[in-house]
Design a protein around this ligand. Structure first.
Ligand SMILES: Cc1ncc(COP(=O)(O)O)c(C=O)c1O
Length: 473
């Protein structure tokens, strides 16, 4: 593709992008495609001869778009968001145009140094301790894996990397029953093993019961286990429960355990002074992750990982083949040593664009509004006699169910599952579920970049009308 043709298509594409943003609400939020539908429309063999970009775009509209779930629709209330914003999209365009592979400082000094500075901005915006250093990871799952691997090495005198995990089948990791599944995945990958993941019971508000953590850790110590890492969650996936950091931190400090904090979603709320309470006990944290790609309007993927002691992280991951030896080594940050992948995208550019375009105050306004919408939704739910809230509403997640009188718990569960499917099949809104104390729970997240109070109110009317029109089959 010659530059002139590229220019023509790029202009057309920007038009397509702007129109998509303007019209995103016209699509069914959750793709209505059935399994295999898209697959059957794509030729089995790659084309031998070149095709025009116009034909690619035609197929994008006809084949691909029906199979897209519209995460950027303000009626997307499912999972946690993967928000984008215009400044972030523009930066993504620049990132792919530059196509820089930013594995070490020398492969693009600006990428390494912008990343260093962005991590300082984010650290200070979220109120993390000033001695923390940060690195961008692809996802929170990778960051938590990095934390658990670092903890494994620290607790075994940095020997498992060399000798293998065999003689250390007594390492233990702790998290609450509500912690994200990425913890279990990391424990498996690290060789610690999922049977050495101890899941601590939660209290009524779904936060970790620190007294039970203390009991588990001291019991394990007595029996000869090595407590290596505790993962505290700020903002659990199910209900955004906040684990008591100070109480957990005191236990970690007493027993010399690495404390990793998973704040994948809730970390963004730390830019609000009124949510700084979540970080009470920050002095005990060893590592911390949050995802600007969730709630800070930065295109997926962009996960901010902070550590108190970068030397331990680097010692865990460092490897030095001949072709990566440079004259600047030790004087600059070579981020390939700060995590699993060697190759790295220039992600700092989108953070730079987003933070500068919104300003910290602009980000605060948006996040605060999302939290306000959730609390208003909670009021509306509480006002209805046949609905009930199932968890405290702390941030932008509202957990509830339809509970008409005269039904058993099993029937109520079935009814809510059916309600969830009907709502999603309508294409008007998209929400997902969790199970809390055996109760099938509808979960509405009011944190999509462009969600407004009006969107939440319309969604709520649809939920009430659909629920009340249902009879149990
Ligand atoms: C609390 C928590 N931690 C970790 C993750 C995993 O995030 P990622 O997709 O960035 O790996 C999620 C995903 O929603 C989450 O809710």
């Amino acid at each position: 593709m010659k530059p002139d043709i590229f220019r023509k298509h790029a202009h057309e594409l920007v038009e397509w992008m702007a129109k998509y943003m303007e019209n995103v609400e016209e699509y069914p939020v959750k793709s209505q495609a059935v399994p295999g539908e898209i697959l059957s429309k794509i030729p089995d063999k790659a084309p031998l001869k070149p095709e025009s970009f116009d034909s690619v775009m035609k197929d994008l509209d006809n084949i691909i778009m029906p199979g897209i779930t519209h995460w950027q629709s303000p009626s997307f209330f499912a999972y946690f968001p993967a928000n984008v914003s215009p400044p972030s999209i523009l930066a993504e365009m620049l990132i792919s145009t530059l196509g820089a592979q930013c594995m070490i400082w020398e492969t693009s000094p600006a990428a390494a140094e912008l990343e260093e500075k962005m991590m300082i901005w984010l650290r200070d915006m979220t109120g993390l301790p000033p001695e923390f250093e940060g690195v961008i990871q692809d996802t929170a799952s990778t960051a938590t894996l990095a934390a658990i691997l670092t903890a494994r090495e620290k607790s075994t005198g940095f020997s498992v990397n060399e000798t293998g995990v065999n003689q250390f089948d007594t390492l233990r990791v702790y998290c609450s029953r509500q912690a994200h599944s990425s913890v279990e995945k990391a424990v498996k990958i690290s060789g610690i093993g999922s049977r050495n993941l101890v899941r601590i019971e939660v209290k009524d508000d779904f936060s970790m019961d620190s007294a039970k953590l203390r009991k588990a850790v001291s019991g394990d110590k007595r029996e000869g286990f090595i407590p290596a890492c505790v993962i505290a969650t700020l903002g659990t996936t199910g209900t955004t429960a906040v684990d008591p950091l100070r109480e957990i931190g005191e236990i970690c400090s007493e027993y010399g355990i690495h404390l990793h904090v998973d704040a994948a979603m809730a970390g963004t709320a730390l830019i609000l002074p009124e949510f700084q309470w979540m970080l009470d006990g920050r002095e005990y944290i060893d590592s911390f992750v949050f995802n600007p790609h969730k709630w800070m309007f930065t295109n997926f993927d962009c996960s901010a990982y902070f550590v108190r002691d970068a030397a331990s992280l680097i010692k865990t991951f460092e490897i030095l083949p001949e072709y990566l030896k440079t004259r600047t080594r030790g004087k600059v940050n070579d981020y390939r040593d700060w995590g699993v992948p060697l190759g790295r995208r220039f992600r700092a550019l989108k953070l730079w664009s987003v933070i500068r375009s919104y300003g910290v105050e602009g980000l605060q306004v948006k996040v605060r509004e999302h939290i306000r919408i959730a609390s208003r939704l909670a009021e509306m739910i509480t006002a209805e006699r046949d609905f009930e809230l199932l968890a405290p509403v702390i941030l932008s997640v509202v957990c509830f169910r339809y509970k008409p009188s005269g039904l058993t718990e099993t029937e109520i569960n079935r009814l809510n599952e059916e309600l969830n499917h009907r709502l999603n099949d309508s294409g008007k809104i998209y929400l997902t579920h969790t199970v809390l104390n055996g109760k099938y729970t509808l979960r509405m997240v009011t944190a999509q970049t462009n969600v407004s109070a009006a969107h939440a109110e319309r969604a709520w009317s649809l939920i009430i009308d659909t629920a009340r029109s249902m009879t149990l089959r």
